[in-house]
Write a protein that binds this ligand. Sequence first.
Ligand code: AKB
Length: 315
Amino acid sequence: MKKILVIGAFGQIGSELVPALRKKYGRDNVVACGHMHKPDESALNTGPHDFFDVTNKKALEDIVDKYDTDTIYHLASILSAAGEKNPQLAYFVNNTGTYNVLEVARERKLERVMIPSSIAVFGSDTPRDNTPNKTILRPSTMYGISKVHGEMLGHYYFHKFGVDVRGVRFPGIISNVAQPGGGTTDYAVDIFYYAVKHKPYTCFLKPDSTLPMMYMPDALKAIMQLAEADGSKLKHRTDFNLSAFSFSPAELAAAIKAELPDFKIDYKPDFRQAIADTWPRSIDDSAARAEWGWKPDYTLQAMVKDMIRELSKRL
Ligand code: AKB
């Protein structure tokens, strides 16, 4: 039976990935590990959990041994906007954390390591429409640089040491459970919290700033499907482009207005606009589709309806 360690388990993706993994592999086989995010008691009572700092290699080794780990999902990362406020911290946490995970996986001969990447690997030299899998990677943020580093290091550990490292380049992720923290795409989650409370929303990106996005159930499906994919069929490893839908703030606002006609939005772009301006508008994910059968379930309209339904129940 698999013994899975999720690092960064109480962040935006981890908060929903842990329950999904527990459903599939059993409650006691998935250990939720946090450091900076401290969840409430109800989240802790759902299964095994621990706290440690992934930049401390000895602490990581101890946790991997303690839980007899064979698979790691390494989600701990400082995102694009937060990383631009403290690039030194983003460099340290993102690069050292990934290096430690790969080193421990090599030394302990772990079965698999999942390290998500991001559309932040792309930069202003990259084609912005239908961005290919293999293209120019010259990001403008420390977060993007650390994700390029993670992809390349993962590739190196696979070819040099046989560590089975896999990863997808996530677009902005929209979810109704945990809120993201410090990303350029966070507006696409925040906006729903205002809309269902019938409050006007001020968006930090321009109305026509189109970015690729995805609903959380598709993001979970992608990472779990890639983890289970037949390795012999994978030509890529750590850098699969993924696409679901793209929209601008104005298009998202219109889709919300179709459900909640009193919703109002205005725009006050800040430093995050310069980051968004270097990211793709749409993504070519044909490699993921061909190599492991990726296909998203949610359209923009289906995501908007579901977000409003779920948040209205809770808020
Ligand atoms: C961010 O905005 O930094 C993240 C990402 C696209 O990786 N959501």
